[in-house]
Design a protein around this ligand. Structure first.
Ligand SMILES: *Cc1c(COP(=O)(O)O)cnc(C)c1O
Length: 294
C-alpha cells in the first residue's frame, strides 16, 4: 500500500527515484560501497555533486554569472545567511510580509541586528492576499528586498515578481522550487530547502549572482557564501546521500519535461482541488483571486 503525504514538506518523492535508491544503496556505481559510506572527497562524489549542479542549471536556465551552492541548515539557516552575506552596505533590508515564513525571515534578520523595514503586510487580512507595494524603492536605502514566492501555509503565491526598482531581489522559493517557472535573472539570490519538492531534507539550494558574493568577516563559516564558492560547496562534510537523492529527482524532473512539464501537472492537480473548493457549498476558499494570487 502506498500512502501519500500531502503536507508541504517533507513531501512525496517520485517512485522511480525511491526504487533506484533502494537498488543502488548497497553499492553505488559498482564501487562496493554505499553512497552513505563514500568519501565526499572522492571522484565518485565529485561526479554526483557536479551533475546535480549542472542539472539545476539546465532545469532553471541559470545564467553563467550565478553560482549554484549546496548548504545545510534549511531555509531557516538562509534566513540568517542571506543578511549576513548580503546586507553589508546599509545593514537594512526591505521585506514584503506575505505570511508566516516572511515573518520568520524578518525576525531572524532583526535578531541578528539588521534593520528590517516591512514595506507592506497583509497580516490584518490574515494573509489572504499578497502585499502590494508600488512605491519606488532604491538600492541606496536597502541591501535587498526579501520576498516569499509561495506562502506555504497561507496558500498565496507571487506568479509575477513585484516591482523592486534597482534593489536586489532575494526570493525564498522553498515551497515552489522548480514547481513553476521563474526567471533566475530577476533575482540576486534564490534559496530553499529541497524537502518540499526536490529531495530529502538536509540540502539547501542557494543560487546567487556572482557580484553579490564577497568575502565577509565574523560570520559562521558554514553560512559563508564566498567560502562555499571557493570550496565547491564542500567547506565541510556535505550531506552526501541527500545531494545524491536530490540529483536523482532532478534527473527525473528532466524526464517530465523539466519545469514547464511539471508546472502543467501541478496546475492540473491544483485545479482539481481549487475547482472543487470553489464549487463547494460546504468548504470556502478565502484566498483572494487576482492576477498574481492563486
Ligand atoms: C518550509 C519553509 C521554510 C523553512 O524551511 P526549513 O528548511 O524547514 O528551514 C522557509 N520558507 C518557506 C517558504 C517554507 O515553506
Amino acid at each position: 500500500m502506498t500512502i501519500y503525504n500531502f503536507a508541504a514538506g517533507p513531501a512525496t518523492l517520485p517512485d522511480p527515484v525511491i526504487k533506484q535508491i533502494q537498488a543502488e544503496l548497497p553499492s553505488i556505481n559498482d564501487s562496493g560501497m554505499s553512497i552513505m559510506e563514500i568519501s565526499h572527497r572522492s571522484a565518485l562524489f565529485d561526479d554526483i555533486i557536479n551533475a546535480a549542479e549542472q542539472d539545476v542549471r539546465d532545469l532553471m536556465h541559470v545564467p553563467n554569472n550565478y553560482h549554484v551552492l549546496f548548504f545545510q541548515g534549511g531555509g531557516t539557516g538562509q534566513f540568517a545567511a542571506v543578511p549576513m552575506n548580503l546586507a553589508t552596505t546599509h545593514k537594512r533590508i526591505a521585506l514584503l510580509d506575505s505570511g508566516h515564513w516572511a515573518t520568520r525571515a524578518g525576525d531572524e534578520a532583526t535578531n541578528l541586528g539588521y534593520q528590517v523595514d516591512v514595506l507592506d503586510s497583509t497580516k490584518d487580512q490574515h494573509y489572504q492576499a499578497l502585499p502590494q507595494y508600488d512605491k519606488p524603492i532604491s538600492a541606496s536605502d536597502y541591501d535587498y528586498l526579501h520576498i516569499t514566492t509561495n506562502n506555504t501555509i497561507e496558500g498565496t503565491a507571487y506568479h509575477t515578481i513585484p516591482e523592486h526598482g534597482d534593489v536586489t531581489l532575494v526570493g525564498d522559493l522553498s515551497s515552489n522550487f522548480m514547481a513553476e517557472e521563474y526567471n533566475v535573472a530577476d533575482f540576486g539570490l534564490i534559496f530553499g530547502g529541497v524537502q518540499k519538492n526536490l529531495g530529502p531534507a538536509g540540502v539547501t539550494l542557494v543560487i546567487v549572482r556572482d557580484d553579490l558574493v564577497k568575502p565577509v568577516e565574523h560570520i559562521p563559516s558554514i553560512l559563508n557564501y564566498s567560502l562555499f564558492v571557493k570550496k565547491n560547496s564542500m567547506f565541510n562534510t556535505p550531506p552526501v546521500f541527500n545531494i545524491y537523492a536530490t540529483g536523482l529527482v532532478l534527473k527525473w524532473l528532466k524526464e517530465q519535461g523539466g519545469i514547464a512539464g511539471i508546472q502543467k501537472v501541478n496546475q492540473q492537480k491544483a485545479s482539481l482541488l481549487y475547482d472543487f473548493l470553489d464549487d463547494s457549498k460546504l468548504f470556502a476558499n478565502h484566498i483572494k483571486k487576482n492576477p498574481i494570487v492563486r
